[in-house]
Design a protein around this ligand. Structure first.
Ligand code: SF4
Length: 105
């Protein structure tokens, strides 16, 4: 992706080609996940962004996200729909993610 394209997307997201691309991507996903995508695209929730990305990665199959085995993926510790094993470990990650959502990095 060109720098100009990135700049265009970040400054004119509601107009022109960027808006068309976003609308098309939104139209291509199951209805049930559009609200989360909209939240992600506001730029105010990294958690919604991770959820949207993982769901898209696994062709909108939440069970496949839960069973993801790509342990080297940087989103792996943050992916949604994880089972209840190792809940204490994830509680730490959840806190970290919430802090991340609030702007801490
Ligand atoms: S954690 Fe798994 S589901 Fe999420 S983006 Fe990475 S590979 Fe895809």
């Amino acid at each position: 992706m060109l720098i100009e394209e990135i700049s265009c997307e970040s400054t004119n997201i509601n107009q022109g080609p960027s808006a068309e691309r976003i609308a098309q991507r939104r139209a291509d996903m199951p209805d049930v996940y559009r609200k989360n995508y909209d939240t992600a695209m506001t730029g105010n929730s990294r958690k919604a962004g991770v959820k949207a990305f993982c769901l898209e990665c696994m062709m909108w199959q939440r069970e496949e996200v839960r069973r993801c085995t790509s342990v080297a993926c940087p989103l792996y510790p943050y992916r949604p729909f994880q089972d209840t094993e190792n809940a204490s470990e994830r509680a730490d990650l959840t806190t970290e993610t919430e802090n991340f959502d609030q702007g801490e990095e």
